[in-house]
Design a protein around this ligand. Structure first.
Ligand SMILES: Nc1ncnc2c1ncn2[C@@H]1O[C@H](COP(=O)(O)OP(=O)(O)OP(=O)(O)O)[C@@H](O)[C@H]1O
Length: 278
């Protein structure tokens, strides 16, 4: 099942992923329109992370095609997604612990640099002008996420909420057209989730956003469109209102009531892992 829209930025068609005998995704489709916010939800083991990894180019599907702005992405080149305008965050943040906050963001900015972050960080390059621009750009990104004052600290010295802002700055510094957010609300307090909702609204003025998220309140607040997976298949697509009212979705979450999308309450207890366990 796919939700079609004219002029999609990213289109995934008939994506099947098999891990040995296990079919993690079975002919899944997903369309992302420019400047839309698409939520990917489903019970544990539904295939969300697998689809996210296919969309971000780190996992090659067994079958199916990805199309970026109408052009099929060759499977072997999917990992060049950042250069194609796709950026992502990670569930575990994946900040480099030995690099300063600024250098972490410089790494994300390398899409726009001729010399690249590698040459900057290793000193092996000689594009001094690029290096300066890269650092200015990274600093501006940190500033827009409210963490510029921490530019020269190591990420581990910052509270978790600020580390998340650094990770967002790194993902956004390359001005992506599509931002993939992997459980951005996990570990955040209620106030921080409210701020994140505002940020996602702001992102969607300039870029499309796909988020995998167990925090139903956030999903329902920020998404234009939601895709629900269960056992590797798309069981529902629609607006938040449609998804809330869909009996197939409620059935999929039965036995998993804390993650039921028909409930309004936030669902992001950082101590309960991904937050949707009963
Ligand atoms: N590398 C792998 N090798 C084998 N099986 C895998 C692998 N990755 C995922 N799976 C299986 O594929 C299915 C889908 O997993 P996936 O992690 O995509 O689900 P999910 O919806 O993200 O779950 P969760 O909400 O718990 O993170 C599960 O049955 C999982 O055990």
């Amino acid at each position: 099942m796919t939700a079609t829209a004219a002029g999609d930025l990213l289109k995934a068609e008939d994506i099947t992923v098999r891990f040995g005998g296990l079919t993690a995704l079975d002919a899944v489709g997903l369309d992302v329109a420019p400047r839309s916010v698409v939520g990917l939800i489903g019970p544990n083991g539904a295939g969300k992370t697998t689809l996210f990894n296919v969309l971000s180019g780190v996992l090659r599907p067994t079958e199916g095609t990805l199309t970026w702005k109408g052009v099929p992405v060759p499977a072997r080149r999917a990992h060049h997604s950042a250069r194609a305008g796709i950026s992502r965050t990670f569930q575990g943040l994946n900040l480099f612990p030995q690099l300063t906050v600024l250098d972490n963001v410089v790494v994300g900015a390398d899409r726009t640099a001729r010399g690249g972050a590698f040459s900057l960080l290793t000193g092996l390059g000689h594009h001094h002008r690029d290096e300066r621009l890269l650092r200015e750009r990274a600093l501006a990104a940190l500033d827009s996420f409210g963490v510029a004052e921490h530019a020269h600290r190591l990420p581990s010295t910052l509270p978790y909420g600020l580390q998340k802002q650094v990770a967002l700055a790194r993902a956004c510094v390359s001005d992506p057209e599509l931002l993939l957010l992997d459980e951005p609300a996990s570990g955040l307090s209620g106030d921080q989730v409210d701020a994140l909702a505002e940020q996602i609204h702001t992102f969607s003025r300039d870029m499309a956003v796909v988020l995998v998220e167990h925090h139903m309140d956030l999903v329902m607040r920020v998404c234009d469109h939601i895709v629900v997976l269960d056992f590797g298949e798309v069981i529902a697509t629609g607006t938040p209102e449609e998804i809330r009212a869909d009996p197939a979705v409620t059935r999929a979450y039965l036995g998993n009531p804390a993650g039921d999308p028909s409930t309004e309450g936030p669902n992001a207890d950082p101590d309960s892992g991904n937050g949707d366990t009963p």
